[in-house]
Design a protein around this ligand. Structure first.
Ligand SMILES: Cc1cc2nc3c(=O)[nH]c(=O)nc-3n(C[C@H](O)[C@H](O)[C@H](O)COP(=O)(O)OP(=O)(O)OC[C@H]3O[C@@H](n4cnc5c(N)ncnc54)[C@H](O)[C@@H]3O)c2cc1C
Ligand code: FES
Ligand code: FES
Length: 1489
């Protein structure tokens, strides 16, 4: 029997099982090319099937001669990798296309994105022989210290310059506010300079006074305008012209010409120098041809004339004799008028810049596909092509700006096998902005339109339609503070939406506005998803897998609709930071002012962007301008946002407070804007800053022929052109391998097993080393105590501890392989905080103590019994990440003979590097040449913690007989290298009723981490700075070094001093408030006087200038009047408060308790041609040591600075060199250099007599050589006088701890937004006593840079751990250092020159090079003036809010983060949002002070 067949459904298409099945047909039909064609610095490049894993940065750095673009973080957060992409954008005018210059982060930018574009790197601008004016000006204006950030900053500024020029109209227009206030530089960080000189260099290009005209306007007499570009207001006062060239007639080189430019008829006799544009206009760069007159003392081909005289007393064998060193003044050089620095620049001519390659105008993009068996890139050019890919293979990863995707690849190990670059698809950048919006409608922004373009469109449309499109104004506001400029230049709204991050900045505005995404797949209909339906869960959307977002549609209400939309964002740092909480509100009112509809959208309080339900319900139909509406809204929001104490992301209380505070602000702003009634406008205004200004008292009365002159750093120009070489820039060695570290992922655990086999099977991997690779007794190191293993052995005691190292043919292969090493742990309990260490009695045996007065022989209780008042409290200062821009790096080159090795390392410590490499390799030290050319910043972080990396490489290099290189990723560096010590101090201080300090007892605890490193020495210095500048008769200080399971903390600029002086000023504030005395009177009353003794019994000598300086700065900063104005401001402002303070500092110079380190050697050799080779033990990290030492040698030998050359510091030349630290580099090495020069001068004496005082060095040495005179000398110096022994309590016999004190005073004034905790520093004035500076330009840079670093320490930089013990803040994304816009708005720096009567000062007791003082560390503490100004502001708010202080008074811990400041205000909103800790509940983050 035949049965009927059952009904058959149509066969269902089976999805392709593999990407190959799915995509091969498309590759065959559409994506037929695998070639990327682009231009790189003007030259065409065609890359056939490049490595698909490469970012643009990796590609650039792999090219010969292109090492100027740096890797600082790899996550878009520092700007060191900035390059400019020159590209055509859609025509803004019918006349054609426009060329735009986009600064982008090459570390994120996918290589595929360069097709059809022109990439310009730092090398494309200029070189040392022909620098671009930008490079020249930054170098000459001292805007580059370590130089690692410099190429990135030059490129960011280059983009500004290029976009400021309209080639069609031949007009260059650049306003100062364009540079500073439009966020062009917010994606660049510099850790050294304090930004001020960089802004000064940028300012030389502004044209606001020149009307944008390019043609030379030599007669321009707009003096006001020119003053805006003045390099230095003080030099103006001193008589030099505003543009910086001064009355010597040197052009500032600004576009359009300087007022002092030569008229065509000028002659050369004393007339102004010409700055006419370069004639080589067809050249690739814009370098001008005019020769800048050279200063013979700085540069002189004839190697100049000898100094006229110098004083040097012969030393007596074995006897320490102190020599007052002086070099008699000669006439100041021609470019220095009466000690005022003069600058001269070549002209900038925008029309001669590197052009857009003509071939690219005709370039037609075609679909591209390239890759290998592990990763494939597609680059479609049309939406249809893209949709076909998605249809065939829905999991193909779309990549637009890559600002999410590349971060996922790098830090979350995501690997996207099929990636599709969508930013070249025009349909995805299609913006539909209506011209008529009378009755409302919608505006559509292209999904992948770059955010900067979207920001401009929003701005323009808002300008045109006003409040009807207030949504666009709200969006613009969020986009302005969205990442850094480089991020905004490439990132897109679609990328933001598709990521669905809970802290997305765009999403709340779009959600509040009722926007929807428009998406497409191959179906004919567009897909519309309202934002309210888009976000499903944490980083998950409802977008169909095969769909692509094409546009974002934003509804626009009709013109007569009474509505308002506003947005707010709060982050740790205003610029380039992700939100802690953000919000957007849309409010629609009826004609009678009742709420018709309200949407309250928030980010940062839940796993997705959310809309508040309870608040919406409560507010509906309520009359908006009614205080009851406001308070019921606040109450409902508090319920809506009910975060628990342990909520992921932490900051529960602050986030709740922000939710309410933002609504509070919105209510006031909406009432004001809709004109519903009168409100306090003060609440509405957010903190904003004006243009940065400031002065240096650019005048050095002690300037000599070379020393004392503001010579630019010897490498400055190389740094600005990208030619300066750092370790990772050194050419690849033959058969070189790269290391990849295996780091502990646990804070404390037993290592049960390590399986490295999978790593050995990875591509390119050559080997693996760990504890078994060196003898057990060699597996230990340490600076002071050897207590730390190179490789963990059986146990890990800190997150980030080194377990092993894989090495492979490339860095990427080594890093990938290290990640697959499988470590099995048995987790043990971890101690993280100082409190936990105290409770567990977990200490290193180091405790030192200081006693003075009664404490020496008696009982402190007796001292306190004599006091009228006694105050007690606990102060905490958090740690600080060094965040040098160059992470730790090393290159070890083994030689084939005798086990010898060259060990290049980014280290401050060649001696320890040599010692421990010798230990782990078993090769004697005399065969290990530890070398340092320069570091990209160090700040103490490379004094010891750099050592292990060189050692690991040396072990592998010895094993394989091949060179090994390693440069840490930023997160690895932050996990392994330790930080400034968090310090907690329990203090008790007794006073008289009128505020005389009588007795101090303190216990200081530092968090050392898992090993000792220098924690003991840091505590020693902390103890010796707890007095700051105040006399206290009876003192007992005890130190405790806590052993915990954090990374091992280490040296950091200031070395415990800043933390201690912070505590001093904390108790000074508490005392002032407790006694009701004026804080300035209190400080004044207790200042040391000459003859007083410190707690370590050192006598304050005659060079004590603090009282004078306080008086001088009080006057010059107009302190008294401003203090009164601050009080008045606070009386009349309820939601903004200001604070101002004037605080002194003294900082002891010398390696305090390691006497043996206070020595130095130098080697000076003079060659036949008169050129001088100088080696000393000091290392260059941006502090200008090489420059100063060259100056000293040049001064002493009577040659120009450029006749002296220092290539590097190396142990083959300088044996047993102390680390370059303790601000003593110039003191120690300078005297050693001088000693060597003295010896040679002595030998040259007969020749000077024979050939005359003016004979060039070449003549002298030639003759001396023929007479067989030794022209090399080894200088040596040890610091005299010092030699403190701990436990010395006898004033008669005790030796000084410090050689001298560098002193300083600063005034800072800050304004605080009480609703958010945001602040700005309105003004800072610093007066430093640095003696007679060897190079004031370098010292100003050190002062400004250290101040800003201190400002970061005390206000912004916060290291956090997860409660499981992992370091949470591991990169610029969540660890914030100050940026361009955080420095004081007005920033004035001067140096002490005269006493109170105006008489020039001499430093009678000072015995150093030219009576100069160490300056690297001392100014850092002055950054705390910002903290204490903010504390004043908070205190004013607390008083206003009636906060009752407890008996310890108001003690605010450091850093004064936005969170800490907001929560300290003590207002009702803070009270309403308090989050109580439940039994056993742990906070998500832990701070360990
Ligand atoms: C240093 C730094 C700072 C940042 N700061 C901020 C900030 O302040 N605020 C903030 O909100 N975010 C910030 N971000 C995050 C990020 O920049 C944004 O999310 C950005 O909008 C992502 O856009 P993109 O084009 O780079 O996306 P990509 O990284 O290219 O892609 C992100 C996701 O979107 C998908 N996608 C892209 N285009 C489409 C499309 N057309 N259709 C469908 N899916 C698509 C991708 O497949 C991917 O899943 C920051 C990131 C970095 C690295
Ligand atoms: S390296 Fe690219 S931004 Fe830091
Ligand atoms: S000069 Fe900017 S980081 Fe060093």
């Amino acid at each position: 029997m035949e049965l009927p067949r059952p009904p058959m459904s149509a066969p269902k298409a089976q999805p392709a099982r593999t990407a190959a099945d799915a995509l091969t047909p498309l590759v065959g039909s559409t994506f037929t090319s695998s070639v990327l064609t682009f231009y790189l610095n003007g030259k065409q490049v065609s890359l056939e099937n490049p490595n698909p894993h490469l970012t643009l940065l990796e590609y650039i750095r792999s090219q010969h001669g292109l090492r100027g673009t740096k890797l600082g973080c790899g996550e878009g957060g520092c700007g060191a990798c900035t390059v400019v992409v020159q590209t055509r954008v859609a025509a803004t005018r019918p006349s054609g296309t426009k060329v735009k210059h986009l600064a982008v982060n090459a570390c994120l930018f996918p290589l595929v994105g360069v097709d059809g574009k022109h990439v310009i790197t730092i090398e494309g601008l200029g070189n040392v022989s022909r620098p671009h004016p930008l490079q020249e000006r930054i170098a000459k204006l001292h805007g580059s210290q370590c130089g690692f950030c410099t190429p990135g900053i030059v490129m960011a500024m280059y983009a500004i310059l290029r976009n400021a020029y309209d080639a069609e109209k031949d007009v260059f227009r650049l306003l100062e506010r364009d540079i500073q206030l439009e966020g062009h530089l917010d994606g660049n960080l510099c850790r050294c300079t304090g930004y001020k000189p960089i802004l000064q260099a940028a300012r030389t290009f502004v044209t606001e006074d020149l009307g944008g005209k390019l043609e030379s306007t030599p007669e321009s007499s707009d003096q006001n305008g020119l003053e805006k570009a003045a390099l230095d207001a003080e030099s103006l006062k001193a008589g030099s012209a505003s543009c910086g060239r001064g009355s010597t007639g040197v052009s500032c080189g600004r576009p359009g010409g300087c007022c002092r430019d030569a008229s065509p008829n000028s002659d050369s006799s004393g007339a102004p120098l010409s700055s006419s544009p370069d004639s080589a206009s067809t050249n690739a760069t814009s370098v001008s041809g005019n020769e800048v007159a050279e200063d013979p003392s700085v540069s002189g081909a004839s190697y100049a004339k000898p100094a006229k005289s110098r004083e040097s007393k012969p030393s007596e064998e074995g006897v320490e004799i102190e020599v007052k060193t002086e070099t008699h003044l000669e006439a100041p050089p021609s470019s220095s008028k009466a000690g005022v620095a003069q600058q001269q620049f070549s002209t900038y001519d925008a029309s001669t810049e590197l052009i857009y390659p003509p071939a690219l105008y005709k370039f037609k993009r075609t679909p591209i596909c390239y890759g290998n068996e592990r990763k494939l890139w597609f680059r479609p050019t049309t939406l249809q092509q893209l949709l076909e890919i998605k249809d065939k293979w829905p999991s193909a990863k779309l990549v637009a700006g890559a600002t999410e995707v590349q971060v996922e690849i790098r830090f979350k190990n995501s690997d996207f096998a099929v990636s599709v670059y969508v930013s070249d698809i025009e349909e995805l950048q299609k913006n539909d902005f209506l011209t008529d919006l009378e009755s409302g409608g919608e505006i559509r922004i292209g999904a992948n339109t770059p955010l900067t373009t979207a920001e401009d469109l929003c701005k323009e449309t808002y300008r045109k339609f006003g409040t009807q499109v207030s949504v666009l104004d709200a969006l613009r506001k969020q986009l302005r503070y969205f990442g850094g400029r480089q991020i905004r230049n490439v990132a897109s709204l679609a990328g933001n939406l598709a990521t669905a991050s809970p802290i997305s900045d765009a999403n709340p505005v779009l959600l509040a506005s009722g926007a929807y995404v428009v998406a497409r797949n191959l179906q004919p209909e567009e897909i519309r998803i309202p934002l309210s339906d888009l976000f499903m869960a944490y980083r998950t959307t409802s977008l169909p897998p095969d769909a692509v977002i094409t546009q974002v549609a934003i509804p626009i209400p009709a013109k007569n609709d009474k509505h308002i939309i506003k947005a707010y964002k709060q982050a740790k740092r205003k610029d380039d930071d992700i939100a802690i909480v953000n919000a957007a509100y849309k409010l629609r009112l009826s004609a009678d002012g009742a709420v018709e509809d309200i949407i309250l959208a928030y980010g940062g309080i839940a796993p997705t962007t959310v809309s508040m339900k309870k608040a919406k319900a409560v507010l509906q139909k309520k009359k908006w301008f009614d205080s009851e509406t406001l308070s019921s809204g606040l109450d409902a929001l508090a319920e809506d946002c009910n975060l628990s104490f342990s909520v992921p992301g932490g900051m529960a209380h602050y986030r709740r407070a922000l939710v309410l505070s933002m609504f509070f602000r919105f209510w006031h702003e909406s009432v004001a804007e809709l004109q519903l009634g009168d409100v306090d406008l003060n609440i509405i205004e957010e903190i904003h800053r004006e243009l940065s200004t400031g002065t240096r008292d650019d005048y050095n009365p002690n300037e000599q022929r070379v020393v004392g002159k503001q010579v630019p750093a010897v490498s400055a120009l190389k740094q600005c052109t990208g030619e300066a070489e750092y370790v990772d820039d050194m050419p690849r060695q033959d058969r070189e391998l790269f290391g990849g570290l295996v780091l502990s992922s646990k804070a404390h655990a037993k290592i049960v097993d390590v399986d490295w086999e999978p790593a050995l099977n990875m591509p390119g991997v050559v080997g693996y080393i760990d504890k078994n690779s060196i003898p057990k007794e060699a597996n230990v190191w340490g600076s002071v105590k050897k207590d730390e293993p190179f490789f963990a052995d059986g146990e890990v005691t800190s997150h980030g501890q080194i377990i092993g190292m894989v090495y492979a043919e490339t860095a990427l292969q080594a890093q990938a392989a290290a990640k697959v090493v499988k470590v099995t742990y048995e987790v043990l309990p971890a101690i993280l905080t100082i409190d936990e260490a105290i409770e567990a009695n977990s200490f290193f045996a180091h405790g030192k103590m200081l006693k003075k007065g009664i404490a020496i022989h008696g009982n402190m209780e007796d001292a306190f019994a004599r006091c009228d008042r006694v105050f007690e409290g606990v102060s905490r200062v958090g740690g600080q990440e060094h965040f040098y821009l160059e992470t730790n790096a090393s290159l070890v080159i083994p030689h084939s003979e005798d086990g010898a090795m060259d060990v290049w390392s980014s280290t401050q410590n060649t001696m320890e590097t040599q010692e421990f490499v010798s230990q782990v390799t078993g090769v004697p030290s005399n065969r290990i040449n530890a070398r340092v050319k320069r570091m990209g910043g160090a700040f103490g972080g490379k004094e010891s913690r750099s050592v292990p990396f060189a050692c690991l490489l040396a072990v592998a290099a010895k094993k394989e007989g091949r060179p090994m290189r390693l440069m840490l990723n930023r997160d690895e560096d932050m996990m392994t290298s330790g930080q400034r010590h968090p310090i907690q101090t329990k203090w008790k201080i007794g006073t008289t009723n009128d505020g005389k300090l009588l007795a101090l007892e303190a216990d200081m605890y530092d968090n050392a981490g898992f090993s000792q490193d220098m924690s003991g020495a840091v505590l020693d210095r902390a103890c010796t700075h707890l007095d700051n500048c105040y006399e206290i008769p009876d003192v007992f200080i005890r130190a405790h070094c806590c052993k915990t399971n954090t990374h091992s903390n280490t040296a950091f600029r200031g070395f415990g001093g800043p933390q201690a002086m912070f505590v001093t000023e904390c108790f000074m504030s508490v005392i002032a408030e407790g006694l009701g005395v004026d804080i300035d009177e209190l400080r004044q009353k207790n200042l040391y006087k000459v003859g007083d003794r410190t707690p370590f019994l050192q006598q304050i000598d005659v060079d004590w200038h603090i009282p004078t300086m306080m008086e001088q700065l009080r006057k010059s900063s107009d302190y008294d009047a401003r203090k009164a104005a601050v009080a008045k401001f606070n009386d009349s402002n309820k939601w903004k408060k200001r604070g101002i303070c004037l605080i002194p500092t003294k900082f002891g110079l010398s390696f305090a308790t390691a006497l043996h380190l206070n020595q130095a050697t130098a080697y000076v050799k003079i060659y036949h041609d008169g050129s001088v080779l100088l080696h000393h033990g000091g290392t260059e990290m941006g502090q200008g040591l090489y420059t100063k030492m060259c100056q000293v040698a040049a001064q002493e030998l009577g040659v120009p600075v450029d006749a002296v050359f220092t290539q590097d510091s190396q142990t083959y030349q300088s044996a047993n060199a102390s680390p370059t630290a303790a601000s003593s580099g110039s003191d120690l090495n300078g005297m050693a250099v001088k000693d060597a020069c003295n010896q040679i001068n002595e030998r040259l004496k007969p020749y000077r007599e024979k050939y005359g005082a003016d004979a060039p060095m070449r003549t002298l040495v030639h003759s001396a050589y023929l007479d067989r005179v030794n022209l090399a000398a080894n200088g040596f110096w040890k610091m005299p006088r010092i030699g403190y022994q701990w436990g010395s309590y006898d004033e008669k016999t005790v030796r000084p701890m410090y050689y001298y004190f560098t002193q300083g005073v600063a005034v800072s004034e800050a304004e605080l937004d009480l609703l958010t905790g945001d602040h700005t520093v309105l003004r800072t004035d610093i007066l430093m006593d640095v003696g007679q500076s060897i190079n004031p330009a370098i010292d100003y840079g050190q002062i400004e840079g250290a101040f800003v670093q201190g400002q970061g320490l005390f206000t912004m930089e916060e290291s956090l751990w997860l409660n499981t013990g992992e370091l949470a803040t591991r990169g610029p994304g969540n660890y914030k250092i100050p940026g361009f816009n955080d420095i004081p708005q007005q920033f004035n720096v001067s140096m002490l020159r005269a006493d109170s009567d105006g008489k020039p000062l001499t430093w009678n007791h000072l015995r150093s090079i030219q009576s100069s003082k160490g300056v690297g560390e001392p100014p850092l503490f002055l950054g705390a003036t910002v903290f204490f100004a903010l504390r004043e502001a908070v205190k004013a708010a607390r008083t206003m809010n009636g906060v009752q202080e407890n008996e310890s008074g108001f003690i605010m811990d450091s850093p004064a983060t936005v969170e800490r400041l907001r929560l300290a205000v003590g207002d009702d909103l803070v009270k309403k949002t308090e989050v109580l800790r439940k039994e056993g509940e742990k906070s998500f983050f832990v701070s360990v002070a």
